[in-house]
Design a protein around this ligand. Structure first.
Ligand code: PMP
Length: 431
């Protein structure tokens, strides 16, 4: 694989951008490679500046359910840009978008647009804290909710702990009110509520954790969170930045039949443009300025171009809900193929799947929480990753992320992936 141009751009990039990238995982550091630089992408394919072609399973980390550069989503975009790119004054498309989201999500009566998933979760927490007049929040080990200070927290030692900052620059004082429990472990949640329940403003959770590979929340776990937050009058926040409009049209809420008080959405509602949103019960959302006292704002929020593309993206999904079934069938094909590979080669591994999110872990299952995920053989994964990229298959460059399928991925793409995966596993495990 020739990567001369990518290498040359990278050597310049590191001089001007920390690590040469604008988001750390893009540096391919954890797999011990340098990043590829993209030229363009179409459908399921991504093309780098050296002309290498890849079947893309990153798909911008989720939003591109219809694949790259979908013609229907793109049509009319030029006209929108020519009218103006940002006004700082409202546009009708923002209203149409909000209505579309509220109609899709039972749990969302009102919604506010922001510019990223990070902003969505950060803002939702602020509103939940103001609404409950409480300070503490509860999150789960292995769930990622963006990089705002209060959420950059890991568990300390033991299952039930006060959070420890995962990054220098996050003062311990800022995370002192962030509690951390084990994912899929309701007992740890019950225990912490017994101790702190009256002070817990919100529980924030990824209903399917997509930032430690793919670990689906068990129905009893999520229902347990619903029940306990009802009991203690805390706000239940589903972070659906990954699962929103992906797991089902109505996201994880619809998939599990559980209604959160607030829901955070991300990139998918901008079709890959910088967007996020948080919404929920009217009574809670009425806390937000200018109706209520909670300040939250954004010059570029509800950007007309992002709204236009996002509206089209979501409308296509709304009008073609067979896409969900098709996507799931493709994901099952991939899941089965990967499982078969593990079996044929007698390799310790587990394939988790939730809807169209798939993850192959190089560790024996079941994989249900962060501790389980940490048992994976990362070195083997890194070899596996390199073998696959050589074969024109682009996975997320870390063991701890999902494979994102799009409707543009064909059965042929998947079959080629399974075949290549077999070869890559064989090499990684010396079989
Ligand atoms: N929540 C979840 C569940 C995410 O996966 C992410 C990022 N992928 C975020 C929040 C943060 O979103 P962003 O990167 O747009 O800030």
């Amino acid at each position: 694989m020739n990567t001369t141009k990518s290498e040359s751009i990278y050597s310049e990039a590191v001089q001007y951008i920390p690590g040469g990238v604008n988001s750390p995982v893009r540096a391919f550091k954890s797999v011990g490679l340098n990043p590829i630089f993209v030229d363009h992408a179409k459908g399921s394919r991504l093309y780098d500046v050296d002309g290498n072609e890849y079947i893309d399973y990153i798909c911008s980390w989720g939003p591109l359910m219809l694949g790259h550069s979908n013609e229907e989503v793109l049509s009319g975009v030029e006209d929108i840009i020519r009218r103006g790119t940002s006004y700082g004054v409202p546009t009708e498309i923002e209203v149409k978008m909000a209505k579309l989201i509220c109609q899709a999500y039972d749990s969302i009566e009102m919604v506010r647009m922001v510019n990223s998933g990070t902003e969505a979760t950060m803002s939702a927490l602020r509103v939940a804290r103001a609404y409950t007049k409480r300070n503490k929040i509860l999150k789960f080990e292995g769930c990622y909710h963006g990089h705002s200070d209060a959420l950059l927290v890991k568990s300390g030692s033991g299952t039930i702990t006060y959070g420890v900052p995962t990054s220098p620059g996050v003062p311990a004082d800022v995370v002192k009110d962030t509690l951390v429990c084990r994912y899929n472990d309701l007992d740890s949640v019950k225990q912490i509520f017994e101790e702190h329940g009256q002070d817990i403003a919100a529980v924030i959770v990824e209903p399917v954790a997509g930032n430690m590979g793919v670990v689906a929340g068990k129905k009893e776990f999520l229902q347990g969170l619903r029940d306990i937050t009802n009991e203690y009058k805390s706000v239940l926040i589903f972070d659906e930045v990954i699962t929103g409009f992906r797991l089902a049209y109505g996201g994880a809420g619809e998939h599990y039949g559980i209604k959160a008080d607030m829901t955070c959405l991300g990139k998918i509602i901008g079709a890959g443009l910088p967007v996020g949103a948080y919404g929920g019960k009217k009574e809670i959302m009425d806390m937000v300025s200018p109706v209520g006292p909670v300040y939250q704002a954004g010059t570029l929020s509800g950007n007309p171009l992002a709204m236009y593309m996002g509206y089209k993206n979501i409308s296509i999904l709304k009008d073609n809900q067979n896409i969900y079934k098709e996507l799931e069938e493709k994901a099952i094909r991939l899941e089965n193929g990967l499982k078969e590979n593990l079996k044929k080669l007698n390799i310790e591994g587990t394939v988790n799947r939730a809807g169209s999110l798939v993850c192959l872990f190089f560790a024996n299952g079941p994989i249900e929480n962060y501790e389980d995920v940490m048992k994976c053989d990362v070195e083997k994964f890194n070899i596996y990753f390199k073998e696959l990229i050589e074969r024109g298959i682009l996975l997320a460059p870390t063991q701890f992320e999902a494979m994102f399928l799009s409707n543009a991925h064909t059965n042929e793409d998947i079959d080629y992936t399974i075949k290549s995966s077999y070869e890559a596993m064989k090499i990684a495990f010396n079989k």
